[in-house]
Design a binder for this molecule. Structure first.
Ligand SMILES: O=P(O)(O)OC[C@H]1O[C@H](OP(=O)(O)OP(=O)(O)O)[C@H](O)[C@@H]1O
Ligand SMILES: O=C(O)c1cc(=O)[nH]c(=O)[nH]1
Length: 186
């Protein structure tokens, strides 16, 4: 599935119209329910290949780890490291930042935490304010890692992308932006 088909998949299966509450506060009249895409192998496979073939190679220094905030990053990261392993590519590990540390067991905030000093490719499904990515970046930095780049399926063009680029001095790449969906104009 190439980009055109991924765009159509999102338009057909994920794009919701009508007033809806957003994670960062406020409301909007459209919403991308990207979990419907990242929990579907037909979309997830080309998404992982986009990360491995177009995003990771464009970053310097090269990423050594995939990371991101649960829940948005979970399936994307898992798919990317599985495809990397199948394809004999080096990006075969991921760390996921929980919304809060576990209260039992390992008490982890970062699952599968890696030795400090990793160059992290942070992944997420949607960027609106960028708050959820910023939270994960801050925790990864606090764990001693660097932010090599940030990638998301959708940039809602609400200012989050620019904010993240400035805050983390790292490239932010989105597979699609709100403008790629003329369906939103009626
Ligand atoms: O750029 P932001 O303003 O942070 O908004 C985008 C975030 O909102 C959604 O997550 P949500 O908070 O719904 O949590 P979930 O992914 O765990 O369902 C989405 O998956 C992004 O993580
Ligand atoms: O800002 C959000 O909360 C948000 C917007 C969107 O389009 N999709 C999503 O999952 N979250």
């Amino acid at each position: 599935m190439k980009h055109k088909k991924m765009r159509q998949f999102l338009a057909d299966h994920c794009l919701l119209a009508g007033e809806i509450q957003l994670s960062g506060g406020g409301t909007a009249n459209f919403y991308f329910d990207c979990k419907r895409a990242t929990l579907n192998g037909e979309f997830l496979t080309p998404l992982a290949d986009w990360l491995l073939d177009e995003v990771a190679p464009a970053l310097s220094p090269s990423p050594t780890l995939i990371g991101g905030p649960t829940l948005g990053a979970d399936f994307i990261a898992a798919a990317a490291i599985m495809r990397a392993t199948q394809r004999n590519l080096p990006l075969c590990r991921a760390s996921i930042v929980r919304k809060e540390a576990k209260k039992h067991g390992t008490k982890s905030l970062i699952e599968n935490e890696q030795p400090s000093g990793q160059q992290v490719l942070v992944v997420e499904d949607v960027i609106t304010t960028g708050g959820s990515i910023a939270y994960a970046c801050d925790e990864l930095l606090a764990a001693g890692h660097k932010i090599a780049g940030i990638a998301a399926i959708i940039d809602r063009e609400a200012g989050g992308k620019q904010k993240l680029e400035t805050q983390y001095n790292a490239p932010v790449m989105a597979l699609f932006t709100k403008s790629d969906f003329p369906e939103l104009n009626g």
